[in-house]
Design a protein around this ligand. Structure first.
Ligand SMILES: Cc1cc2nc3c(=O)[nH]c(=O)nc-3n(C[C@H](O)[C@H](O)[C@H](O)COP(=O)(O)OP(=O)(O)OC[C@H]3O[C@@H](n4cnc5c(N)ncnc54)[C@H](O)[C@@H]3O)c2cc1C
Length: 443
C-alpha cells in the first residue's frame, strides 16, 4: 500500500504544527503557504504580534517535543493588571495557585518554530509563495498560484486539509460545492488596532512585566502583553462607528485627546502613539461557525478555517493546536478509514468550538466592563477561596478553560452548574443571616 499523501493549505500556527504531527506519522505532506518564508524577515500578517499560550496549546507542543523550545522565549503573565482612569492599579491573579499562569509569546517566532518542527521530517515539504485559489473536493486537488513566478499549478493528494485561517479558500470551495453546507459569520461592532509601549532606556519593561494589562472602559478597552525585548504590544478594541469611535477619531488632536482622557497613565509610555495609530491597520473581529468540517475522506478543515473565534479568551490558537492533537488521534484510531477519522474529529471538536465561540464573546464583556468593578474583584476572590477549599470539586470557569484540557463545552456546562449552586448557597446564607437578625431583634 502506498503512503497516504496530504496537501495542507496554510502554514500559519496550526498548519506548521499539523504538518509536524502528520510527518511524524510517516505521511507524505506538502504544505502550501501564500506568504513568503517568515524566516526571510516577512511579517506573519495582519494578526496579533503576540499571543497568550496556555495549557491546551502547551500540551499540543509537548506531544511533538517543542514546548520547551517555545516556552524558553515566553513571558509568564500571572494575572490581570487593571488600570483605572484615575491611575489606580489592581492586580488580580489568574489562579489561587501562583504556578498557574498564561504565557506571552511572539507569533512570528512561534510560527517559525512549528514550521521548523515540521521540516525536521524528510517527508514534509513546505512551499512558500503559493496561494490556493480553489479546491476540487472529489479529486483532492488544490489549484494554486505561485506568486514568485505568477504560474498556476495544482497539487493533488489523497486528502487536502485547509489550515488557511478565518478566510479559508478551502472552506470557500466547500461552501460553493457541498449541498447544505452550513456557514455563519458574525462580526463584532468593534475593531482592533495594535500600538506599542517601547522598552525603558535601560532595556527593561516600563510596566509590571508578568501581567496582562487591561484598561477596561465599559464599551471598549485596551490591553497590553509583554514582549521579551522589554516592549509591550497594546491592542485597542474599540467601536468602528459611533460618536466616539475609530470612524470619528482621525486627526492627531482627536487621537491625543481620546488617549489622554481614557488611558492617561499609558500615554507617556507611548512616544510613537500617533504614528502607530495612523500606520497600523484596524482589524475586524469575526466568529465563524460552519459544518461539516470535512468532505468524504478528501477534505478537512482545522483551526480558524473551521472555527474562528474572537480573541478575548486567548484561546483561538490554543484550540487550533488542540484540533491537531485530536485529528492526529483520530487518524491513528482509524488508520484505514480516513472518512471515519475525519467524522470522529469533527464530532469531537464541533460542540467544543461552538462553546468556545460563545465564551470568547462573553469574555469581551467581562474584560472591558466587569474587570473595572469591585464586584468583579470580590467574585475572583470568592472563586479562589472556593477553589482552595474544595480542590478538584470547584474550578472557576477561567481555570477550566485556560489551565485544563477539559472539553470547552463541558467547562461551560460545569461553570453554569457551579454558578447556580454558589448563587443558591449565597441566597440561603443571606436568608439565614436575615432570620437570625430578626430573631435577635425580636428578643
Ligand atoms: C488580535 C488577535 C489576538 C489573538 N490573541 C490570541 C491569544 O492570545 N491566544 C490564542 O490562543 N489565540 C489568539 N488569537 C487567535 C489566533 O491568532 C488564531 O486562532 C490562530 O492564528 C489560528 O491559527 P490558524 O493556523 O488556524 O490560522 P492562521 O494563523 O490565520 O494561519 C493561516 C495561514 O494560512 C495562510 N493562508 C490563508 N489563505 C491562504 C491561501 N488561500 N493559500 C495559502 N495559504 C493561505 C495564511 O497566510 C496563514 O499563514 C488572536 C487573534 C487575533 C486577531
Amino acid at each position: 500500500m502506498s503512503t497516504t499523501r496530504f496537501v495542507l493549505i496554510g502554514s500559519g500556527l496550526a498548519g506548521g504544527l499539523l504538518a509536524a504531527y502528520l510527518g511524524r506519522r510517516g505521511y507524505e505532506v506538502d504544505l502550501y503557504e501564500r506568504r513568503a518564508d517568515p524566516r526571510e524577515g516577512n511579517l506573519v500578517g495582519r494578526r496579533s504580534i503576540n499571543l497568550a499560550l496556555s495549557t491546551r496549546g502547551i500540551h499540543a507542543l509537548e506531544q511533538i517535543g517543542i514546548a520547551d523550545e517555545v516556552l524558553k522565549h515566553a513571558i509568564p503573565m500571572r494575572g490581570r493588571m487593571i488600570h483605572e482612569k484615575s491611575g489606580g492599579l489592581h492586580f488580580v491573579p489568574y489562579d489561587v495557585d501562583p504556578n498557574k499562569y498564561i504565557n506571552s509569546i511572539g507569533r512570528a517566532a512561534l510560527n517559525t518554530t512549528v514550521i521548523e518542527a515540521a521540516q525536521r521530517y524528510p517527508n514534509v515539504r513546505v512551499h512558500f509563495n503559493h496561494k490556493c485559489t480553489d479546491v476540487d473536493l472529489d479529486s483532492a486537488t488544490a489549484n494554486l498560484l505561485n506568486s514568485s513566478t505568477s504560474q498556476q499549478l495544482n497539487a493533488s493528494g489523497d486528502a487536502i486539509i485547509g489550515v488557511d485561517g478565518a478566510f479559508s479558500a478551502v472552506r470557500q470551495s466547500m461552501q460553493l460545492k457541498i449541498d447544505n453546507f452550513q456557514y455563519d459569520e458574525s462580526y463584532l461592532a468593534h475593531g482592533y488596532k495594535e500600538l506599542t509601549i517601547p522598552p525603558a532606556a535601560d532595556g527593561g519593561w516600563q510596566m509590571k512585566k508578568e501581567a496582562l494589562h487591561i484598561w477596561p472602559r465599559k464599551s471598549f478597552m485596551m490591553i497590553a502583553l509583554p514582549n521579551p525585548d522589554g516592549s509591550f504590544t497594546c491592542t485597542l478594541f474599540w467601536e468602528f462607528e459611533g460618536p466616539r469611535s475609530f470612524a470619528t477619531t482621525k486627526t492627531d488632536d482627536e487621537v491625543c485627546n481620546f488617549f489622554q482622557q481614557e488611558f492617561p497613565d499609558a500615554v507617556p509610555l507611548m512616544p510613537a502613539l500617533l504614528e502607530d495609530f495612523r500606520q497600523n491597520p484596524t482589524g475586524s473581529l469575526v466568529t465563524i461557525r460552519c459544518a461539516p468540517w470535512f468532505h468524504k475522506d478528501k477534505v478537512a478543515l482545522v483551526g480558524d478555517a473551521a472555527h474562528a473565534v474572537v480573541p478575548f479568551y486567548g484561546q483561538g490558537m490554543n484550540a487550533a493546536f488542540e484540533d491537531c492533537v485530536v485529528l492526529d488521534e483520530c487518524l491513528a484510531k482509524f488508520p484505514d478509514n480516513r472518512e471515519r477519522a475525519f467524522a470522529k474529529y469533527f464530532s469531537r471538536r464541533k460542540e467544543n468550538a461552538d462553546a468556545l465561540a460563545d465564551l470568547a464573546v462573553e469574555n469581551f464583556i467581562e474584560m472591558r466592563d466587569k474587570t473595572a468593578s469591585r464586584a468583579f474583584r470580590a467574585k475572583k476572590k470568592l472563586d479562589h477561596l472556593l477553589e482552595a477549599l474544595l480542590p478538584g470539586v470547584y474550578l472557576p470557569l477561567y481555570a477550566m478553560v485556560t489551565f485544563t484540557r477539559m472539553p470547552y463545552a463541558e467547562a461551560a456546562r460545569r461553570a453554569r452548574l457551579q454558578d447556580r449552586i454558589v448563587t443558591g448557597s449565597l441566597a440561603i446564607i443571606v436568608l439565614a443571616i436575615a432570620v437570625l437578625l430578626v430573631r435577635l431583634m425580636i428578643r
